[in-house]
Ligand binder design. Structure first.
Ligand code: HEM
Length: 232
């Protein structure tokens, strides 16, 4: 009985929705902190990063929760994809939106592709910044008499490289597509069927995806343009 519920596509869609919405909350929080990277002075960003590091076990608990949410989101997506492929071994010849709540579009068809690309981006991103050089490697700055990791310098140096700027820009555009469909579809999976709310959520998903995508995407572009003297 329990295994039947856990394997049902309705339950799996609810898991996708809840984990997806939690990840959107993380992304918005992350962007709010990273907004300080638009400032010419690195102190606010380094203070923010040091504040996070000072949370100690609370940060570890949040990181474990975040990793678990990502893994559950990915594992459930694979399960859903596999059961869909079993139900329809031969794919559609032509994709067409049936209108109304279907809204099949570019982003809905590319959820798997954009999801895999975003996973690749995350591996590179965390390796570069979270596990990148720290105090021992000389990335250190004095803030209010305290020696803290100069994460700002690492971010600025990374985005002097046009290859990384391009990778980030492409990844953030994909993030926008993924969020646009994911946000709207999460509410569908949670049973939101009211037509007025439905149309409002569809528009909100678009606005949210554009704001988040542009907010992140602007950081590497802004830093790169500043380093080349175009924006200064
Ligand atoms: C221009 C865009 C971005 C910049 C400049 C940026 C910057 C950073 C930096 C500097 C860190 C290291 C924080 C630390 O160690 O204290 C970090 C960590 C992280 N970032 Fe980003 N980020 C960006 C976009 C994203 C996006 C779009 C996602 C998710 C889809 C993301 C997910 C993460 C995760 C999961 C961590 C590890 C958090 C932790 O374990 O504490 N980042 N980011």
């Amino acid at each position: 009985m329990l295994s039947r519920i856990l394997c049902s596509s309705v339950f799996q869609k609810v898991i996708m929705a809840v984990t997806g919405l939690s990840l959107i909350i993380f992304v918005i929080t992350h962007l709010s902190g990273n907004i300080t990277l638009y400032f010419p002075d690195g102190t606010p960003f380094n203070k923010y990063a040091d504040f996070l590091a000072s949370l100690g076990w609370l940060l570890y608990a949040a990181e474990i929760g975040l990793v678990a949410t990502f893994l559950l989101h990915i594992a459930t997506a694979i399960q859903l994809k596999m059961s869909n492929s079993k139900a329809r071994p031969v794919g559609y010849k032509v994709y067409q939106s049936k209108g109304g709540p279907s809204k099949a579009n570019l982003s809905s068809r590319f959820m798997i592709v954009s999801g895999i690309a975003l996973l690749g981006f995350l591996v590179l991103h965390i390796w570069q910044f979270k596990y990148g050089p720290g105090i021992e490697q000389g990335y250190v700055v004095d803030i209010d008499g305290k020696q803290v990791r100069d994460l700002h310098r690492l971010v600025i140096e990374t985005f002097q490289n046009p290859l990384y700027v391009a990778i980030y820009v492409i990844s953030m555009v994909l993030l926008g597509f993924h969020l646009r469909h994911g946000f709207w579809s999460a509410f569908q999976s949670l049973g939101m069927r009211n037509p007025a709310l439905h149309s409002a959520l569809y528009k909100l998903a678009f606005v949210l995806a554009v704001l988040i995508s542009l907010g992140f995407l602007g950081i590497p572009v802004w830093i790169y343009l500043n380093s080349t003297g175009v924006a200064s």
